[in-house]
Design a protein around this ligand. Structure first.
Ligand code: NDP
Ligand SMILES: N[C@@H](CC=O)C(=O)O
Length: 430
């Protein structure tokens, strides 16, 4: 049986998973491809490092030239980052090598050039693992939703932050402890700020927009807010009002323009996205013909991600090359009123608050803000926390509330109104 020579750039969490998967599924893969997959080189930073997967020491190298010169048919790029990765991938494509990558940052920052280069050299550039880990969403969008018009795609695209938010709520664990656990489990990026500050979800949303709309916004035009400021207080108060906070990525085509955002968003407890727990991801698409679709599965971790990488690898070995549609960018966003319910959640917190609920309500009423619901947590002598849902809230209101009443204020969008009783309630104990 002939052999497909595969090179790896990176042998960390995902690279290790790819090696394990190819070994475990070799028979099945060979039967499907009529060829054996053989890993011939793996680029790493440190060849002496203890690894989760054992490989022949002679396979490991710290020199990219060893991979380039080893006559590989396909390279799996799972080292991450943009530099020097972009230069390596470029050189491989120019040599006629197919590339499978899980690197969303690379794609979001240099994808347009790589797609164009791969087209020019007639090689596959496959990246199923770059969005939503093990969920085969890109293949579905590319192959099975081409006739539908899609105006909006939204989802939970980062496993680390979803794991953090779930564990903070369910196990009442502090943010820092859960983040550490996400790193131990291999969910987090090498620099976890990419996860918690919303960058990782933003890169994935950019890629999704390219597939769904045939264009995206420049990264700098995508609204982004991370989860690092969220506390158990936020989570508890949102829940009392009937919501769960999720880091939600949303892309909408509206009036010929695009709007993309990644923000912690209040999702009604009964909404399917509110039920996506731990490192699971979800992508929701509304097709003009098929209606509402929800895809869910593990969005991070060794084997779910390796599954997407190896499926890509096997797929491209059985498919003739077809050019990839060019990636385009539209320079500016159109403001969208339809991405949220028009309600916002305002979270107020302070140790020395100089205010009563009536004063807050009066202030907001005078400012033309319609408060729909309000909840308060206050043990005398400790921190005062207020959560309110209102229509017409703006950042400036939050700032004034903070300044005038000694409360720190933050605003978050609300996806849809939850079982809203329209009443101001829960002012007990203040
Ligand atoms: N972890 C996950 O759940 C998912 C990750 N991804 C993406 O997959 C990619 C890999 O992630 P992951 O496996 O978690 O990352 P790891 O940090 O676990 O692994 C990175 C690997 O790349 C090697 N490497 C990094 N930089 C260099 C360099 N400059 N030269 C040579 N080797 C280098 C490292 O070598 P050494 O081992 O010697 O340090 C390591 O083996 C990233 O793009 C990530 O965003 C995508 C989906 C899910
Ligand atoms: N750090 C990422 C890994 C997968 O893309 C995440 O947590 O989702």
């Amino acid at each position: 049986m002939s052999v497909v020579k595969v090179g790896l750039l990176g042998l960390g969490t995902v690279g290790g998973g790819v090696v394990k998967t190819i070994r475990a599924q070799q028979e099945k893969l060979s039967a499907r491809l009529g060829r054996r997959i053989e890993i011939v080189k793996a680029l790493v930073r440190d060849t002496r490092k203890q690894r989760a997967v054992q490989v022949e020491p002679s396979l490991l190298t710290t020199r990219f030239a060893d991979v380039l010169e080893s006559d590989v048919d396909i390279v799996v790029e799972v080292m991450g980052g943009v530099e020097p990765t972009y230069d390596y991938v470029r050189a491989l494509i120019q040599k006629g090598c197919h590339v499978v990558t899980a690197n969303k940052e690379l794609l979001a920052k240099r994808g347009a050039e790589l797609v164009e280069l791969a087209n020019r050299h007639g090689v596959h550039l496959a990246y199923e693992a770059s969005v939503a880990g093990g969920i085969p969403i890109l293949g579905v969008l590319r192959q099975f939703l081409r006739t539908n018009d899609i105006a909006e795609v939204r989802g939970i695209l980062n496993g680390t932050t979803n794991f953090i938010l779930s564990q903070m709520e369910e196990a009442q664990l502090p943010y820092a402890d859960v983040l550490k656990r996400a790193q131990e489990l291999g969910y987090a990026e090498a620099d976890p700020r990419a996860d918690v500050e919303g960058w990782d979800a933003l890169y994935k949303l950019y890629i999704l927009a390219q597939l769904v709309f045939g264009e995206s916004l420049p990264l700098s035009a995508i609204e982004r807010q991370g989860i690092a400021d969220l506390s158990q207080g936020h989570i508890r108060l949102a829940k009392e009002l009937g919501y769960r906070i999720k880091l939600l990525a949303q892309a909408r085509r509206e009036d010929g323009g695009l709007h993309l955002s990644v923000r912690p968003t209040l999702v009604p407890l009964g909404h399917p996205l509110a039920r996506i727990r731990d490192a699971y991801n979800a992508v929701q698409v509304e097709g003009s013909l098929v209606g509402d679709l929800l895809f869910t599965g593990k969005g991070a971790g060794e084997l779910p991600t390796a599954s997407a990488v190896v499926e890509d690898l096997a797929f491209l070995l059985t498919q003739p090359f077809t050019p990839h549609p060019a990636w385009r960018e539209r320079p500016t966003a159109v403001p969208s009123s339809r991405l949220s319910s028009g309600l916002d959640f305002c979270f107020l917190e302070g140790t020395e608050a100089r205010v009563t609920p009536e004063q807050v309500l009066l202030f907001l009423e005078r400012a033309g803000v319609a408060v729909r619901r309000l909840t308060v947590q206050y043990d005398p002598g400790s921190v005062l926390r207020v959560g309110l849902l209102a229509a017409g809230l703006r950042e400036e209101h939050a700032e004034l509330l903070g300044r005038d009443f000694g409360l720190q204020a933050r605003l978050y969008p609300v996806l849809e109104a939850a079982d809203d009783r329209g009443a101001v309630e829960g002012t007990v104990g203040w």
